[in-house]
Ligand binder design. Structure first.
Ligand code: NAD
Length: 341
């Protein structure tokens, strides 16, 4: 069996290469992303393996099916970039890594809260050039403040724990509340009104797209800190920029960005960035942006490789596809458990 990897970086090979070799799977690593134009390069491979910014819409899936691809492996948990209905119509299972290291992302989200609240990146930049003034760096204690957590799945619940360790009050919103979690669930509007910091941990779906929009921001406390480590399009960037400019929003920590697929994971330091909203986010002092790296720990990369290779071997050896993602039209996973979309 042969598998083709798209959008590969050197760190992807560290764990995947030896694991695939041990499993007797031939592998080809492409640096370019999957798109309708590059799908045909999978010819001869039964499987492809893709990441968050690969484009796997209906046209791509047609081209993959024509090239003989039988299974799509996602080396990530989110699957908003795959047209699941198109894959189902060509009988191509889509297998993902439902969870790898929730701690990696939750810890990073708290890092962004701290960095945005206490202005740590700016403080470091200032100190490096010998400017030891602390003007403009005033933050607030997290202890006793309220964290609003949207999405209390694997990552969200870890983030809840971290907030509790900071002696914060926590309110949460989830489409499928888990009443065993020991957290107060509330409506989105109430969460917006009560939270001093808001962290997003739900998937990107039609329902959650722009869950942070102008109306939501208008309901929030003055000086609120918004952190997004989930998917860029959960936040309406124009509304966020307006909120940051007016200081309604005290700080934003963004590990993901609506239009990130053009820029993230690549070096543009010698280029002119033409995305005006991205330029504004980079220049506004109370916004912190990183390049979709919340998952990026050794532990997470190893776990991603283990689960992805396991998914491939399940397919090859005709075993139950435990980590199959089904289309919106289908409500049950192959093992009978309900998929929470
Ligand atoms: P999960 O499936 O365990 O949890 C998602 C939660 O969101 C579930 O509790 C679900 O019920 C809830 N949800 C679904 N629809 C909702 C809605 N309409 N409104 C509110 N809540 C809703 O997923 P997870 O492992 O916790 O990951 C969460 C998200 O984090 C992923 O979807 C992915 O986009 C993102 N992620 C980002 C990185 C990164 O490096 N930045 C890494 C991994 C995951």
């Amino acid at each position: 069996m042969k598998v083709v990897f798209y959008d590969t970086k050197p760190y992807d090979r560290i764990w995947f290469e030896p694991m695939l070799k041990d499993a007797g799977v031939e592998v080809r690593f492409y640096e370019y992303k999957l798109s309708p134009d590059t799908a045909a390069f999978a010819k001869g491979a039964a499987a492809i393996c893709i990441f968050v910014n690969d484009e796997c819409g209906a046209n791509t899936i047609e081209a993959l099916a024509d090239a003989g691809v039988k299974v799509i492996l996602l080396r990530c948990s989110g699957y908003n970039n795959v047209d699941l209905n198109a894959a189902a119509s060509r009988n191509i299972p889509v297998l993902r890594v439902p969870t790898y290291s929730p701690a990696a992302v939750a810890e990073y989200a708290m890092g962004l809260v701290l960095a945005a609240n206490r202005k740590i990146p700016r403080a470091y930049a200032r100190a490096r050039v010998g400017n030891f003034s602390i003007n403009g760096f005033l933050g607030f204690d997290l202890e006793g403040r309220t964290a609003g957590v949207i999405g209390t799945g694997q990552i969200g619940r870890k983030f809840v724990k971290i907030c509790k360790a900071f002696d914060m009050n926590v309110v949460a919103y989830d489409k499928y509340p888990d009443n065993t979690l020991g957290v107060e669930y509330t409506t989105l509007d109430d969460l917006f009104e009560r939270s001093d910091i808001i962290s997003l941990h739900c998937p990107l779906t039609k329902e959650t797209r722009h869950v942070i929009n102008a109306d939501a921001i208008s309901r929030m406390k003055d000086g609120v800190i918004i952190v997004n480590t989930s998917r860029g399009a959960l936040v309406d960037t124009s509304a966020l920029l307006d909120g940051l400019k007016s200081r309604k929003i005290g700080g934003a920590g963004l590990d993901v960005y609506e239009e990130e697929d053009r820029y993230f994971f690549e070096d543009f330091s010698n280029e002119v960035i033409t995305d005006d909203e991205l330029l504004q986010l980079l220049s506004i002092p109370n916004a912190i942006l990183s390049s979709h790296q919340a998952f990026f720990t050794e532990d997470a990369l190893r776990a991603i490789a283990e689960v992805t290779v396991g998914n491939l071997l399940d397919y090859r050896d005709d075993r139950e596809l435990r980590n199959r993602v089904l289309s919106e039209n289908t409500s049950h996973a192959s093992n009978g458990s309900k998929i929470r979309f």
